[in-house]
Ligand binder design. Structure first.
Ligand code: F6P
Length: 280
């Protein structure tokens, strides 16, 4: 696992340089989710693919920017699914973005996840790696330094509601509003990585991306976004659900499948489950 951890650190340093220096323009290609790919997305995907190609323990990779899985080393045992630059449309307004990595053993799938990691590219570059503990690292003078272990409180005070409100189910709106009525504050940038990072570091709250009339299975991808964050939140003492079951119990069909998702502290996720149970 150390070889993978170190490879991710190398990708983060190179992606930081790419973000700082690369011209931003739209490429003509669309990715598998139908979004126009930024040149920077493609560049970051290539950086990660190249760094992982040097790691013998990696058997197969799957990227948000690639249609299909890509085999790497036959003798390796790890399967890594990654989103090279999540929230990349925020780059042109200079908001934070991130890379997300789900590390699976022997095959892709929530039950095979053994570690997860994300890197936030904000005013500072930070990396959170969850294996047996969720640990925060900061890039300083060209190297990642361990900062602290991250633990969520039982209850937070931030509310990050995703999705198009017009298409929310009425009970979902009531759920979101119920937290605001309790004094929770709105924190939503439209970047999954910085939004979930903020909740983790400020002690907790709720990040929701529900199924909606236009997207019944939500927007966020299981292998690259949902499972890694579910794993990270659970190791940090929080919870993750699709409204009914623990996200880490879900299966997946294909590498780009999506799921409704809720991440938070125990208190908020208990409320989500209660409201969703009544509205099955
Ligand atoms: O996956 C892409 C993404 O940009 C996430 O980083 C983010 O949480 C979400 O989409 C935002 O979607 P919306 O604009 O629909 O709230």
């Amino acid at each position: 696992m150390t070889d993978i951890f170190e490879a991710i650190q190398r990708t983060a340093k190179r992606i930081k340089i790419a973000i700082d220096t690369k011209d931003i323009g739209y490429s003509q290609q669309e990715n598998s989710s139908g979004e126009t790919q930024l040149q920077l997305d493609i560049k970051c995907d290539m950086i990660i693919e190249e760094e992982f190609s040097h790691v013998a323990s990696i058997h197969t990779i799957a990227s948000e920017e690639k249609e299909h899985e890509m085999p790497m080393h036959k003798a390796g045992k790890y399967y890594i699914a990654y989103d090279p630059l999540d929230g990349s449309s925020l780059i042109d307004v200079n908001l934070s973005v991130g890379s997300i990595f789900g590390i699976y053993e022997n095959a892709f799938g929530a039950k095979n996840m053994v570690a997860a990691c994300y890197v936030v590219f904000g005013p500072r570059v930070e990396m959170v790696f969850a294996h047996h503990k969720t640990k925060l690292h900061l890039l300083q003078d060209g190297e990642f330094e361990f900062v602290k272990e991250i633990r969520l409180k039982e209850k937070g005070n931030l509310n990050a509601p995703g999705g198009t409100q017009q298409n929310w189910e009425p009970y979902h709106k009531e759920l979101v509003d119920s937290f605001f009525s309790e004094g929770y504050r709105l924190r939503y940038s439209g970047g999954m990585v910085p939004d979930l990072h903020q909740l983790l570091l400020k002690g907790g709250g709720l990040f929701s991306y529900p199924g909606t009339a236009d997207k019944p299975e939500g927007k966020l991808r299981k292998l690259f976004e949902v499972f890694p964050f579910a794993f990270i939140y659970k190791i940090a003492g929080g919870e993750a659900t699709n409204g009914h079951v623990d996200l880490m119990t879900l299966s997946h069909k294909g590498i780009h499948e999506t799921s409704a998702c809720f991440f938070g502290s125990k208190y908020e996720i208990a409320r989500v489950k209660e409201v969703y149970a009544k509205n099955r």
